[in-house]
Structure formats: structure tokens, C-alpha cells
Design a protein around this ligand. Structure first.
Ligand code: ADP
Ligand code: MG
Length: 181
């Protein structure tokens, strides 16, 4: 009995300690009205359980990575505050991708909605389903530019400050389509 209540208190304390993780999500789409896909997805991120959207970048158009015989992409980054664990968040994002009828036909090919966890606090996670920081984020202008727009002072664990990384990366294929709200 007394042991159980000790366990309960511990569980409750660790729950409180897990409140309010700051995460950054990269959004991308190049099929079926990408601007609308992203606007809808940004609202849906705000409605995830135990989660609040704090900021969203402008929407940017970018040239596709990999196969070029596909439409340009629309990209954005959102900052969320969440109680979800990294894997719970990944599950929720993958369910959202599915609800946008995402078709995964080929690697780096066209998609109706791609949702990637870029950063989760300052955590480094290397699991079969989840790599954080996102493995390619430090090489991609369409991730870094919107990220710098919403948080200019951010750093990527083990990679350095966003502004330093951005100064060595081409961003001339990026155009702002819609200003942030
Ligand atoms: P990509 O985003 O690289 O184009 P996909 O969206 O098809 O590729 O994702 C492939 C897998 O990447 C997913 O099934 C997921 O388990 C895994 N993954 C690893 N790290 C992450 C992350 N940080 N965010 C989202 N998915 C991730
Ligand atoms: Mg993805």
C-alpha cells in the first residue's frame, strides 16, 4: 500500500517534469494544392492532444531535392509546445500525414504532406524510427530559412548556430509565398 503510493507520487512528479517541451516541425508538400495542405496542417498541429502551436513561419516555395521531374515544394516550420514524448509526437504526425492521404511512392518523390520533427528541446535521439535532430536539416535551406525566421538564435545540437550554418548554404531557390500569420 505505502509502496504503491510512493510509485504514484513518483509517476506524477515525472509527469509534471515532462510538461512543455519545445519542438520544431518541418512541413512540406508538393501535391494537391500544397499551400492549402500546409495551412490545414498548421491548424491541425495546434489541435494535437496536449500540444499548442507557438509560432509558424511564412510559407516558402522551394525546388525539389532529388528527382526534378516533380512540382516545386511548399515548406514551412512550426514551433510547438507539447507534453507528448518524441515517439508519441511522431505517431501523431504520421497519423496526420495519413489523413492528408499521403502517398509514399518513391524516395524523395512527390508527397501531399511531409511532417518531420526537426528538434525536440536539445535532445539527441537515435532510434530506429526517429533521429533527432532531423538527419538532413542542417543541409537544407528550405528548413533552415523558415527556422531562422521564427527563431533566429536557435542552435542545432552538435552542429552549431542556425545563422552560422545558413551563411554557408544556398537559399536562392526559396521564395516567400505567404507571410506568417
Ligand atoms: P523524409 O522525410 O526523409 O523524406 P519520410 O517522411 O518518408 O522521409 O520518413 C521516413 C521515416 O523517417 C519515417 O517512417 C520515420 O520513422 C523516420 N524518421 C526518422 N527521424 C524522423 C524525424 N525526425 N521526423 C520524422 N520522421 C523521422
Ligand atoms: Mg518525413
Amino acid at each position: 500500500m505505502s509502496q504503491n503510493s510512493t510509485i504514484d507520487r513518483t509517476a506524477s512528479a515525472s509527469h509534471t517534469a515532462s510538461l512543455n517541451h519545445t519542438v520544431y516541425i518541418g512541413l512540406g508538400s508538393n501535391l494537391e494544392d500544397p499551400v492549402q495542405q500546409l495551412k490545414t496542417a498548421l491548424n491541425e498541429l495546434d489541435q494535437l492532444p496536449r500540444t499548442k502551436r507557438i509560432r509558424a513561419s511564412s510559407l516558402y516555395s522551394s525546388k525539389p531535392v532529388g528527382p526534378q521531374d516533380q512540382p516545386d515544394f511548399v515548406n514551412a516550420v512550426a514551433c510547438l509546445s507539447t507534453e507528448l514524448t518524441p515517439i508519441e509526437l511522431l505517431d501523431a504526425l504520421q497519423a496526420l500525414e495519413q489523413s492528408h492521404r499521403r502517398v509514399r511512392e518513391r524516395h524523395w518523390g512527390p508527397r501531399t504532406l511531409d511532417l518531420d520533427i526537426l528538434l525536440y528541446d536539445e535532445q539527441i535521439i537515435e532510434q530506429p524510427r526517429l533521429i533527432i535532430p532531423h538527419a538532413f536539416m542542417h543541409t537544407r535551406g528550405f528548413v533552415l530559412l523558415p527556422l531562422a525566421e521564427i527563431d533566429a538564435h536557435l542552435s542545432i545540437p552538435n552542429k552549431g548556430s542556425i545563422s552560422d550554418i545558413l551563411s554557408n548554404i544556398a537559399t536562392d531557390d526559396l521564395q516567400i509565398l505567404t507571410k506568417s500569420e
